[in-house]
Design a protein around this ligand. Sequence first.
Ligand SMILES: *[C@@H]1O[C@H](CO)[C@@H](O)[C@H](O)[C@H]1NC(C)=O
Length: 348
Amino acid sequence: MIALEELMRSWWPRGRRRYGLWSRLRMFIFALVGLYITIPFLVKICPAIQTQLVFLNLVRFPYFIDLKRPQDQGLNHTCNLYLQPEEDVSIGVWHTIPAVLWKDAQGKDQAWYEEVMSTNYPVILYLHGNAGTRGGDHRVQLYKVLSSLGYHVISLDYRGWGDSVGSPSETGMTYDALHVFDWIKARSGDNPVYIWGHSLGTGVATNLVRRLCERETPPDALILESPFTNIREEAKSHPFSVIYRYFPGFDWFFLDPITASGIKFANDDNVKYISCPLLILHAEDDPVIPFHLGRKLYNIAAPARSLRDFKVQFVPFHKDLGYRHKYIYRSPELKQILRDFLGGTEQQ
Ligand SMILES: *[C@@H]1O[C@H](CO)[C@@H](O)[C@H](O)[C@H]1NC(C)=O
C-alpha cells in the first residue's frame, strides 16, 4: 500500500494537482472534439463502417444461445434447418408449426415438418431486422404468438447473420429471402403464404415482394412492422445520428457512403410496384424508426396504382401501450387485426 501511495505521489505531485486536473480535462475535451471531427472523415473514407452500422450482423445478441436448439427458447414445435441459396452461401432457418400441432411434433425430423406445411394452415415468412439472430427474444415471442394463432412461421438468418455463411449485402439478403419463399412454395400446397418484415427486414420484404410481383407470383399479403421509407431517411432519423444531425455535410459524410455501397432499402419506391394486400403496423413511441416514417410510407402506398385493387391498411399503436420498436407482438389486438386483414384465414 505504501509503495503504491508513493508511486502515485511521484506520478501526480501534490503541488501540481489543480493544474494537472485542468490540463487533463482540457486534453480530454480536445480529444473529444478531435474525435467528433475525425469520425465523419473516417466514415467517408471507409464506407464499410456505415455498412456495418446498417446491418449490425456482427452483433449476435443474445450471444449464448445455440441456434441448432430452438427448444431452448421454449419452441418445442420448431425445426432448425439449413438451405443453400447459392454456392458458398448457407442460411439457417427455423420452421415453427402451428401450436395446436405441438404434441405431434415431438421427436419428428425435418421431413415431417416439411410435409406438415401442405396441411391446411397458412404460412408466414418472417424477415427480421438488423442485429441479432432468428433466436432474438422479441422475434421468438412473435413466432409464439403467430403459431398460437394457427400459422406456420418460417424465420431465417440472412447470409452473414447468426450461423448463416456469406457476407451481408442488400442483394444477398433479398436473394436469401426469395430462396426461402420458393422453398416454402414448393411445400405449402394451396395454403396462403404471407410475408412479414420487421424494421430493416421491411426493406428486404418489399424488395422481395416487388420481385415476386414482377415474376407474377405475388404472396397472399405483405405485413410491414415498424417500416421506414428508405434507408437514407431512416439513417437520418436513427438515434445514432442525433449527435451528427447538424454537422455540416451530414448527408455527404454519412448518407452518401450508404448509397455508394449499394444500400437503398427503398420501401417508398417498391410499394409502387407491389400488387397484394398491404398491412402496416407501427407504434407511436418507436424510438428507432419514427412513427412518421411508417405513416409516410402508408401515404405513399395507399394511392399507388399498383395497389388500387388491394386492401392497404395502417394500424397505429398508441404510445401509452409502450410497444416501442419491437413489442407489437404483445398487443392483444393482434389476433383480431390479422383476422380482419387476412380475412379469417386462421384456423383457430
Ligand atoms: C410446447 O409448446 C406448446 C405451444 O407453445 C405449449 O402449449 C406446451 O405447453 C409446450 N409443452 C411443453 C412440454 O413444454
